[in-house]
Design a protein around this ligand. Structure first.
Ligand code: GDP
Ligand code: MN
Length: 367
């Protein structure tokens, strides 16, 4: 009976906190932006594409950047490659010969030391006032995607801008899609409240002066985008995801679980690392930062604890525990619930895996 009671309380706590937080954020999501923009703001922009064995996708990525309506004379692209063995660099060089009207620089590293390290290397060659990082396996939706992202920097309080995501293929049983709709609302709502602590590698733009102030990208954790954005938000600037900047992301057809766990590992690393600096959060950022930290680091374990207690109680014949567990399983028929549970399992697996590997130079997943 006591086990049932504690198990049920933990399960309720596990679902109540995120629901309450969701209700809190949706209020902001519905509000207008409190960030005014200056029309005509056109700074120099550097787009960095980090690559490791992206020969299959790199031309498509460059084509998509090339198709943007941002003034070419204000745009510079840097491809930073970490010793790819599949001919990525040759593909880029060939592409450049076919497109002499855009400035592209190739930075080659002799050894692969991770994405963050490569980005810092690229930073040395940047001339832009705004630095935009974009992954090779992504696509910006619309020709004005870059222009829209850059326009937010016309407000001096904005330090970093990212995109919402739509998966390009619907992934495993629609899990990826379900996951995105909900999280995109959260990211935009958090941005309107103050800032979001979760950024996306498909388009992550930063004011360069702030990047320099924080010493560039982290090299000891995987989530370079989210961590850098959060550091900027902690300095008192806005790190935002406006809802109208959309990017497609290729979702792997094979190795989906492994991919999700590795990415969850990076997020967990980011929230652990930022924990030390949490007291610096501006007042308007505190609730978001604390809630997301809690949801990523602690809340999944409460679900696990509840499941274990109820299972133990069910094993001793408690009808209530059996009923609750059956209900918990039956609800898996509903996609949002299923998506939520899957995410909790990825976060738990990620925290455990982080004990022995940080996955800073991860295996390429075929997309
Ligand atoms: P995911 O988006 O988290 O699944 O990670 P990806 O495998 O798509 O990697 C994100 C981007 O970083 C891609 O453009 C990769 O080619 C690039 N990347 C990954 N590892 C390295 C690295 O060690 N060096 C460089 N330069 N780029 C890397
Ligand atoms: Mn990717």
């Amino acid at each position: 009976m006591l086990l049932d009671f504690i198990g049920l309380s933990l399960a309720l706590a596990h679902f109540t906190v995120p629901l309450a937080y969701y209700a809190y954020i949706v209020k902001y999501y519905r509000r207008p932006w409190d960030i005014g923009l200056e029309p005509g703001y056109k700074p120099r922009v550097t787009v960095i594409v980090p690559t490791y064995n992206e020969a299959r996708l790199i031309e498509r990525r460059l084509d998509n950047i090339y198709s943007q309506d941002y003034p070419r004379d204000l745009l510079e692209v840097i491809v930073v490659d970490s010793a790819s063995t599949d001919g990525t660099v040759e593909k880029v060089a060939e592409w450049c010969r076919r497109h002499p009207d855009i400035a592209v620089r190739i930075v080659r590293e002799g050894e692969r030391r991770g994405k963050g390290f490569a980005l810092n290397n690229a930073l040395k060659y940047c001339s832009g006032e705004i630095i935009v990082v974009t992954d090779a396996d992504s696509e910006w939706v619309g020709r004005d995607c870059l222009s829209k992202a850059v326009s937010w920097f016309s407000n001096p309080t904005v330090g970093a801008v990212s995109c919402v995501k739509t998966p390009a293929s619907s992934g495993l049983a629609g899990v990826e899609e379900g996951y995105r709709g909900f999280y995109n609302i959260m990211r935009v709502g958090e941005s309107k409240a103050w800032s979001t602590p979760v950024f996306h590698g498909e388009l992550a733009a930063y004011r360069r002066s702030l990047l320099e102030e924080i010493g560039g990208f982290p090299t000891d954790i995987g989530a370079d985008d989210s961590y850098t954005a959060t550091r900027i938000a902690l300095m008192g600037y806005r790190a935002i995801i406006p809802g109208d900047i959309a990017c497609l992301e290729l979702v792997p057809s094979r190795g989906y679980h492994k991919w999700r766990i590795r990415r969850a590992q990076h997020l967990v690393q980011h929230f652990w690392k930022i924990l030390r600096a949490r007291h610096k959060a501006p007042k308007r950022f505190k609730t978001v930062l604390y809630a997301e930290t809690y949801l990523h680091l602690f809340n999944p374990w409460i679900l696990l604890a509840a499941a274990i207690l109820l299972a133990a109680s069910a094993a001793t014949g408690s009808l209530l525990a059996i009923l609750l567990l059956t209900l918990g399983l039956a609800l898996l028929l509903f996609k949002p619930y299923r998506t939520w549970i899957a995410t909790q399992l990825y976060l738990i697996a990620a925290a455990v895996r982080n004990l022995w590997t940080r996955e800073l130079a991860w295996e390429k997943t075929l997309k």
